[in-house]
Design a protein around this ligand. Structure first.
Ligand code: SF4
Length: 446
């Protein structure tokens, strides 16, 4: 069971030395209990307390990495049932299934689709993250050949080897031994052999069972064989069963701290009908799957699933933000107009999009307003004349400009006088209230 803040406090040094960044040991204990701090921040904690607290502060869903390098994905580490309590941590992985019965050319084509799946949405790179190579043929040589094609055509993409044959698994997994693959296909009858292959190739192990009871027994056995990084398959294939099983697994891990089920979950959404597949996958995204296996990745489906995943895995308490800086749009010269706005992602993308539409090269000064839109930030005192003036002055952008003119959003026209006072030598121009009026505004100045 997770320890309460007071129970944690009893194990801390109680010197209130503040080295952890908190004013007191009690405050630090509360942060630990809420999983908002880690124990290593206290340098004076005893070894005994470290052991007790280390176990208690470990995330209820074990963190597991799939793949290596810049395309590696982290799974698990979740601490809540509902995203309004605290954000979900690691977005689920989309894996495209490639069967070893396909021709080499078809496998290569699937690989290309995965590699080309990346898209940019509100500043984040979204993609299909992994390839599952399934031993549909039952032939070890075909699995190995398919794995070789994937290794060559989709280098760097995390891989899942799907087979129940430990010998076939060995030759295929070996190709990705230094890249943290997932070996999927362990069950009650092959667990020891599959665990040995996973262990010797530093792979995670995916375990299937006919029930959650059997699954929890198998995970304990796998740990006994020396494999700690596990992925769970409860055997659910219908959407209704997936919701039920995934919820029971997550609840057991989070509410009961039940370690045998404290692992990421894999779900199989493949359907003959792509529209139905997208629907099933959306259920998996919403309800706790860490890996969602797909049979195809058409662009329309990617857009829908990426968007849903991105929204489920953003923190509802923290608005999406872009970095505070001055962005060049087009190729702005010394006489290019300078706009200022806030760093709410949506505001940035709408304003920068309209400037691009105008075909006039501009600079866009994006000020940190903690992710609030213009009017909200102004009302909250985060987009004030003083702050705007300080930001523009500190940026040093005036050195690159022929005329010191700043265009402010029409919604904060009221600030123009006071910004002018605080920015001597600058002309403050009130721009449009709505971003879609920017092209006409810029045209009128030409
Ligand atoms: S560093 Fe440790 S001893 Fe010091 S205040 Fe924080 S918890 Fe207490």
């Amino acid at each position: 069971m997770a320890l309460s803040g007071v129970e944690i406090f009893k194990l801390l040094p109680k010197t209130n030395c503040k080295k952890c960044g908190q004013p007191t040991c009690l405050a630090f204990a509360m942060k630990l209990a809420q999983r908002q701090a880690t124990l290593d921040l206290c340098p004076d904690v005893s070894e005994e307390a470290k052991q007790k607290l280390g176990e208690a502060s470990a995330p209820p869903v074990r963190p597991i990495t799939l793949g290596s390098g810049d395309k590696a994905v982290k799974m698990g580490e979740e601490t809540v049932l509902f995203r309004h309590d605290k954000k979900f941590v690691n977005p689920c992985v989309f894996a495209l299934e490639v069967k070893d019965t396909l021709s080499e050319a078809d496998i290569a084509a699937f690989c290309n689709q995965v590699v080309d799946s990346e898209m940019d949405r509100v500043g984040q790179k979204l993609r299909v993250n992994a390839i599952m190579i399934s031993n549909e043929s039952g032939d070890a040589a075909k699995l190995e050949a398919a794995a070789k094609t994937v290794a060559a055509k989709a280098a760097g993409v995390p891989v899942i080897i799907n087979t129940t044959n430990a010998q076939a698994a060995e030759t295929a997994v070996k190709l990705f031994a230094d890249k943290k693959p997932l070996l999927f296909g362990a069950n009650a009858s092959n667990l020891e052999a599959m665990a040995a292959v996973a262990k010797s190739n530093k792979a995670s192990l995916g375990i299937s069972a006919a029930s959650l009871e059997e699954l929890s027994e198998l995970t304990e056995k796998a740990k006994g064989f020396g494999v700690e990084d596990l992925v769970l398959d409860s055997g659910a294939r219908k959407a209704k069963d997936m919701i039920e099983h995934n919820t029971l697994v997550r609840r057991a891990a989070i509410k009961k701290n039940f370690k045998p089920l404290g692992f990421p979950v894999i779900s199989f959404a493949q359907r003959g009908d792509s529209l139905l597949e997208a629907l099933v996958a959306s259920v998996c995204i919403a309800k706790y799957s860490s890996i969602v296996v797909l049979s195809s990745i058409e662009k329309w489906k990617n857009l829908a699933l990426f968007t849903l995943r991105q929204n489920i895995y953003t923190d509802p308490q923290v608005p999406m933000q872009v970095e505070q800086k001055i962005y060049n749009i087009g190729d702005p010269k010394a006489d290019a107009p300078l706009f200022v706005t806030t760093n709410f992602s949506l505001t940035y993308f709408i304003v920068s999009g309209e400037i691009e539409n105008s075909k006039v090269s501009c600079r866009l000064a994006v000020m940190d307003s903690e992710g609030l839109s213009v009017l909200t930030a102004w009302a909250a005192g985060k987009f004030t004349a003083t702050k705007i003036a300080a930001f523009i002055q500190e940026s040093g952008i005036d050195k690159e400009m022929a005329t010191k003119e700043l265009i402010i959003p029409g919604y904060v026209a009221i600030l123009s006088g006071s910004i002018e006072e605080k920015l001597p030598g600058w002309k403050i121009t009130v721009g449009p209230r709505e971003a879609n009026a920017i092209p006409a505004f810029l045209k009128s100045r030409a």
